[in-house]
Design a protein around this ligand. Sequence first.
Ligand code: S3P
Length: 427
Amino acid sequence: MTLALDPVQQIQGTIEVPGDKSVSHRSLVFGAIAEGVTEVSGILNSADVRSTETCLSALGVSFIRREDKVLVHGRGLHGLQVASHVLDCGNSGTTTRILMGLLAGQAFDTVLTGDESIQRRPMKRAAEPLREMGARMDLIRGEFAPITIHGSRLRSIDYSLKVASAQVKTALLMAGLYAEGTTTIRGQIASRDHTERMLPHFGVKLEMADDAIRIRSGQRLSACPIRVPGDPSSAAFWMGAACLVRGSTLEIRNVSLNPTRIGLMKVLARMGASIDVEQTETSPEPSGHIRISAPHGLRGTEVLPSEVPSMVDEIPLLAVIASQAEGETIVHGAEELRVKESDRIVATVTNLRAMGIEIESFQDGYRLRGPQRLVGAKIDSFLDHRIAMSFAIASLVARGRTEILRPDCVDISYPEFFQVLQRIGHA
Ligand code: S3P
């Protein structure tokens, strides 16, 4: 399937974006092992979150959906049941890695798999520390799904994370609940912190220091209401659109303002965007309203490796935005993009070049000088939702028509994306 998109004159409106994907996954997983019924409101209804729900259902958890609410009937820390079939994590790395941690310490075996993309993504990063905890798991060629997890007795470890991955950090915290003693996680812990915010909400005590997180085993979770804020990674596309299309102003309401997620917003402000933020909620997840415009256009910038974790999913979009900014933009320290749903450096550079942009890529980032003319072209989504949406935003200011091949993958995180685009983009 192909979707044709034409440039627009203006982006205007007030919108809300669907619930945060990371918070949605965690609310289902933590709710599943809590005692009582966890009511999750504002949950994202997308393919990735449904993957988590389907896997947990196979482990005996029941869910009741009511409009944008889900009631999770928790089974307690030791109440999950052996699944009668292989669990399909679909396209979701978050589902796969968090479940690796959760299932390592169960009294039964489980097999996890997923789509072609999942079967190419590195899983040793989670398996390795879990094995140090006593987990037994078999991966294809030591790295890939399908993953057979043999439920085992776990022991606590003191582990230094080698990649700034919230998925791995969460997997270890899950396993830490089942491991004897106190598990310490240190090293690259400065990734998104939704797990650290949500577990205490369920009554789990975490010891947090600047350089380490500690979790004591055996702590029971008690069900609690969760309100999922809008996803800043989905809002990012509209922020990009409002900055690119001259004369636009956009208000995005009830979106997460979690400091570990708003790297792109900070970078856009530094590039010259005008952003007003009104925070309305603080705990456990800060959220509020954003008003964004770029009346004077944008300037290029340097993104430092230390900034990457707070905008890791927005780096492809930033390349699109930077192609229209004055001067050089350079990104380093983003090698994780190579192992996302697609190789996002290849996907970004290939598509930008197809649209007439000169861009240099590195193993861990890219450099380009703007502004350059974007020209409508055939864009391959690489079956990666963030690539499809990033280049839909590029089409808004391209000369001529852009065709996005295989656009349906937006269903992974933002099923209504193209409808919203139609609503707020004025020809
Ligand atoms: C996520 C963490 C990030 C991010 C992904 C969601 C999460 O991945 O790219 O979209 O919910 O924990 P890593 O933790 O592997 O960097």
